[in-house]
Design a protein around this ligand. Structure first.
Ligand code: P1T
Length: 387
């Protein structure tokens, strides 16, 4: 956008923020600056670009775009969602304590428990559905609260305003993984969070053809430190992937509306299906946090989980689906179906999985934007294999 003061709503920002035509040619689509370095005119004389780990115009355009969508001042793009989360954690120091949602993506738990703990960070895993549990877990060394909402895969919510009321006065950073909702349905920075992280691999890119991550925030000191970490540790998003995610965000609003529409219909169908024991979807009135979901999010999205009752039943459904694809990941235009206990959450100890509801019979669906009648017909024939 040429006029930076132009008031703009979400879809306009998605298409225009950070997307000024290329200064050399006027190209409307930001070019993929596939270069490792930039010619300099003399010592310290350059156009603001020195080396492509440090700065790249394609990545910069994406970072501005994502920051605008999350209503943050600054954005950083990383090589994966895990690289983004890891970068945020390196804002901390040995001895610091972090309070974490007890249910997160298994890879997040694995990074904290198997890698970062070794470097002297301490983690307490608490049920953040109840904000009091966060307050009770605070210690003198606590520096950060890290939550996923809704969680992967059992779709539990954390009341971000309530948790921010605990973190703000104590000077703790509230970090929110917003991968499942995307900024179209939920903007944690507006609700009091300090830092938002994303796996751009999912809805932001939206087409299952790129792995990436992002960090969005307002605080200038943390932003300076993250720019330093991004360059120093080097887990940057490539120009090609930056371009793909930018291409994705332009249609984020229309895709999310369709994911949401299909998600609601599939959830309702599953809730009434005789072979389904339980459905986890915040858009259903039966979800214990439905009211919070309505307050905190402007839609419910396309992620849901269903309980089939046993490993055998789950296996039958996963093998019988024809249109839905069995695979890890989520947020693409095509419907993916997965088995959290053996796939995304295999790194979570079995007893903990059971406590969280990640049973052997749990099946996760990332509802795509196909015609919903076709999805329902596929799920129906697969579920009827159980009987
Ligand atoms: O895969 P990567 O881009 O590194 O993102 C990690 C990640 C972070 N946060 C959430 C909420 C996630 O769901 C993920 C990755 N999740 C899957 C691969 C999955 O199938 O759940």
């Amino acid at each position: 956008m040429k006029d930076k003061t132009l008031p703009a709503k979400f879809s306009t920002l998605a298409i225009h923020a950070g997307q000024d035509p290329d200064p050399t040619t006027g190209a409307v689509s930001i070019p993929i600056y596939q270069t490792s370095t930039y010619a300099q005119e003399g010592i310290g004389k350059h156009k603001g670009f020195e080396y492509a780990r440090t700065q790249n115009p394609t990545r910069l355009a994406l970072e501005k775009n994502l920051a605008a969508l999350e209503n943050g001042k600054t954005g950083f793009a990383f090589a994966s969602g895990m690289a983004a989360i890891n970068a945020v954690m390196t804002l901390l120091q040995t001895g610091d304590h972090v309070i974490v949602s007890d249910n997160t993506y298994g890879g997040t738990f694995r990074l904290f428990d198997k890698v970062l703990k070794k470097f002297g960070l301490e983690f307490s895993y608490v049920d953040t559905r109840e904000p009091q549990n966060v307050e009770d877990a605070v210690r003198p060394e606590t520096r950060m609260v890290f939550v996923e909402t809704p969680t992967n895969p059992v779709m539990s919510l954390t009341d971000l305003r309530a948790v921010a009321a605990i973190t703000k006065p104590r000077g703790l950073r509230l970090v929110v993984d917003n991968t499942f909702m995307s900024p179209y349905f939920q903007r944690p920075l507006e609700l009091g969070a300090d830092i938002v992280v994303h796996s751009t691999t999912k809805y932001l890119n939206g087409h299952s053809d790129s792995v990436g991550g992002a960090v969005l925030l307002n605080d200038e000191a943390d932003a300076r430190q993250l720019a330093f970490i991004q360059n120093a540790a080097g887990a940057i998003l490539s120009p090609m992937d930056s371009w793909l995610v930018m291409r994705g965000t332009k249609t984020l609003a229309v895709r999310m509306r369709q994911h949401d529409d299909n998600g609601r219909q599939v959830a309702q169908f599953l809730a009434e299906h005789p072979q389904v024991k339980k459905v986890y979807y915040p858009g259903l009135k039966s979800h214990p946090q439905h009211e919070l979901a309505r307050r905190q999010m402007s839609g419910f999205g396309g992620m849901l989980a269903l309980e089939t009752g046993s490993l055998e039943n789950a296996g039958r459904v996963l093998e019988a689906v024809k249109l839905c694809t069995l695979g890890e990941s989520l947020g693409g235009v095509e419907t993916l179906i997965s088995h959290p206990a053996t796939m995304t959450h295999a790194s979570v100890p079995a007893s903990e999985r059971t406590r969280l509801g990640i049973t052997d019979g749990l099946v996760r669906l990332s509802v795509g934007i196909e015609d919903v009648e076709d999805l329902i017909a596929d799920l129906d024939q697969a579920l009827n294999k159980i009987a």
